[in-house]
Every structure is written in structure tokens, then in C-alpha cells.
Design a binder for this molecule. Sequence first.
Ligand code: NAD
Length: 289
Amino acid sequence: MKIAVIGLGNMGGGMAANLAKAGHDVNAFDLSPDALARAKDNGCTPFQSVRDAVAGVDAVVSMLPNGAIVESVYTTDVLGHAPTAALLLDCSTIDVATARKVEDAASAAGYAMVDAPVSGGIAAANGGTLTFMVGGGGDAFARAEPILSAMGKAVIHAGDAGAGQAAKICNNMILGATMVATCEAFKLAERLGLDLQTFYDISSKASGQSWSMTSYCPVPGVGPQSPADNDYQGGFATALMLKDLKLAMEAAQTAGSDTPMGLRARELYEAFDAAGNGGLDFSAIIRTL
Ligand code: NAD
């Protein structure tokens, strides 16, 4: 297939490379010349505008920073410029309302579109092991699945338009809250005189277990390799966790849903980010406890 990839940053760069590796013709566009040059090195064809990149393609994949940019790119440069037969896949993490608005606009212009945000960070984007949660109609999902499979290990249909984004922010609300809870439990265990490796061995096999503990332990030298073992560099940036918690709290407000733990996690990550830690992995919040 001929596939345009718009947004070739930390995530989109690896995703475009994996589409090319899978044998697709990849038309690449990013505002950053460096990102465009990297995409060229990875077997993609660089273009100088979204409109040029999407002309004549079978699908458009976008991986952009936020909802405002996604809306502007699609409504200004994709709709009416890509063939209406092209499937549109937005993999960015954005608010549910904007995802539905853009999908409505696409549908009105004659396109099939899915929201397909991802779980898994930069390593998973580079390694082709992302998990995609997909919102959109059944036919669109069936068309999206083989394209997304070239970039991921799991592609799950979450429901209609916006459902992928809804799943993503609910998942990351759990992640933010369990990370803080895991960090504070390790700090309390330490104060109570427990050896932290021993506490890990117990809790990772008991009911305190979670992904935050057993796959991403916030304590250096305990559990599997994680950003904690690299001075909290790399991994999933605090600024991105905060972005997802803000999206979750906006959605909770709109839906009239009570999310006290998500709210507290947002407050804590807001303070941690404001103190200049936005670039550190989100497990570094253990330093504040
Ligand atoms: P990034 O900032 O590295 O990349 C975004 C890219 O979009 C940049 O290269 C930027 O130049 C480009 N861009 C911005 N505006 C553009 C426009 N109008 N047209 C074309 N290109 C444009 O960000 P990222 O880490 O790759 O994240 C992308 C998306 O993936 C975000 O929505 C983020 O929330 C989500 N996400 C990130 C991670 C992660 O670990 N980094 C994990 C899951 C989901």
C-alpha cells in the first residue's frame, strides 16, 4: 500500500520506519527537517507538505502532539486532498471530543476514519510492538487492522469513533494513580525498615501487584530494568503523563464521572512538572515522596 505518515517524532518516526520495513510505500511529512531526513534514512519518501504527501495514497497515519494540531491538519490538508478511498488513522493521543469531531468531518467528506492511540513508548514504536486501541466502525477497523499490525503486537477494537481515545485515557489514569501509589508504598516500606527488594518480592506476588510495580518498578536496582535504573531518563515523560491525566480529567468532567484518584494523580504530576521535571520519566515522582 501507499501510506502517508504525518508526524515523525519520537513515536511517528519509528512507526513510519516499520511501515516501510513491512513493504509499504511510505510518504513522510513533518514540520521538522531533521525528522524528515531520518525518515528518508529509514526508507520513507520525504514530502514538503501534507497535501503533497497524501495525494494518491491508500491510507493516512498521523502521530501528532495534540487535538488542535490533529484537527487543523485533517480539516485543512487531508480532507479533500487525500483520495476519499483512503483510510484515515489518527494514532495521536487526543481528547475524545476532538477525535469524534474530526471523524465526523471525515465521514461527512466521504472518508472512513479511526482513532487508534497507542500504549507502549518509544522503544515499542521502534520495535513494532505497540498496542493499538481502535475507535471506529467495524468495516474501518477491518481495514485498519493489517496496517496497524505492521507497527504493533496487539490491535484491539474498542468501539465506535472516539472509543480508542476513551480507552487510552482510562488506561493511563490507572497508570498515573498506580504509579503514585506504588511509589508511596515503597517509601513507607523503607521507613518501616523493610528491605525494598524483599518488599518487591512479596508485593509483586501479592495483591499490591500492578504494571507500575512489576514492569516499571520506580526503585533503582529493584525489579526488572526500568527508567529508575537510568536515573529516570528516557521512558514515559512526566509531561506526557500529565497531558493524559488532564485529558482524563476533562473527559471525567464532561461525562459527570467521579475520579478522585485520577484527580489527585493529576495534581501531583502537575506539581512535579511545574518544578521542572517534565522531561524525567514519570516514575521519578518517587523523589518527591
Ligand atoms: P514528538 O513531539 O516527538 O513528535 C511529534 C511530531 O509532530 C514532531 O516531530 C513535530 O515536528 C510534528 N508536528 C507537529 N505539528 C505538525 C504538523 N502540523 N504537521 C506535521 N508534523 C507536525 O511527540 P511523540 O512523543 O512522537 O508523541 C506523538 C503522539 O504520541 C502524542 O499524541 C503523544 O501523546 C502520543 N504518545 C507518545 C508516547 C511516548 O512515549 N512518547 C507514548 C504513547 C503515545
